[in-house]
Design a protein around this ligand. Sequence first.
Ligand code: COA
Length: 180
Amino acid sequence: MVNPAAGLPLIRTERLLLRAFANADADNLVRIAGQRSIADTTISVPHPFTRADALQWIERSQSETLASDHIGFAVADHHGELIGYAGLHDINREHGQAELAFWIDPMRQGQGFAFEAAKGVVNFAFDSLEIHRICAYHMTRNEASGKLLKKLGFEQEGYLRHRVRKWGQFEDVKLWALLR
Ligand SMILES: CC(C)(COP(=O)(O)OP(=O)(O)OC[C@H]1O[C@@H](n2cnc3c(N)ncnc32)[C@H](O)[C@@H]1OP(=O)(O)O)[C@@H](O)C(=O)NCCC(=O)NCCS
């Protein structure tokens, strides 16, 4: 049985460590999350992404527990250096639901890191939080996310027309989900 008041665990995957964000991540967080290509296909990353945003992001991560409705992991490489983010949003324990979100430093993309980090978070959600259903959304033009979710075993459940507004334009979004 997990202690709901416990802070975020360390999750080790083959090449990565998923952990709470630390103050020392601030520079890398600003550099990575601040890139337009990250904001371009995400909703929860503001643009521009300032140092104040990074500090707020880190503080939030450090205050999260296993009982929080938002659990965001820093994705670090084997040197401990931040390379991205993988998290669970809108966690609803009554219904056993959560939404998966992720992004990886553009310089580190295309090496399977998002897949590896997302798989670690999915396993954590099913095994430690007893989540029953994980959903994920992506803009239809974001083919990488679609491929990644499919590879994780997610099934596409919906096509949501004009579900989000990005850079002033409405965009269609695909909804995917994976059951435990
Ligand atoms: C989506 C994202 C996280 C993928 O990160 P990544 O580390 O490059 O992903 P992986 O290397 O694990 O690849 C996963 C799959 O996506 C595919 N893929 C990666 N980039 C791609 C691209 N630009 N176009 C098409 N497919 C792509 C890979 O080929 C792989 O599939 P495969 O194993 O069948 O070849 C990354 O592109 C990103 O951070 N994008 C900006 C933020 C974002 O869109 N986040 C998701 C919001 S829903």
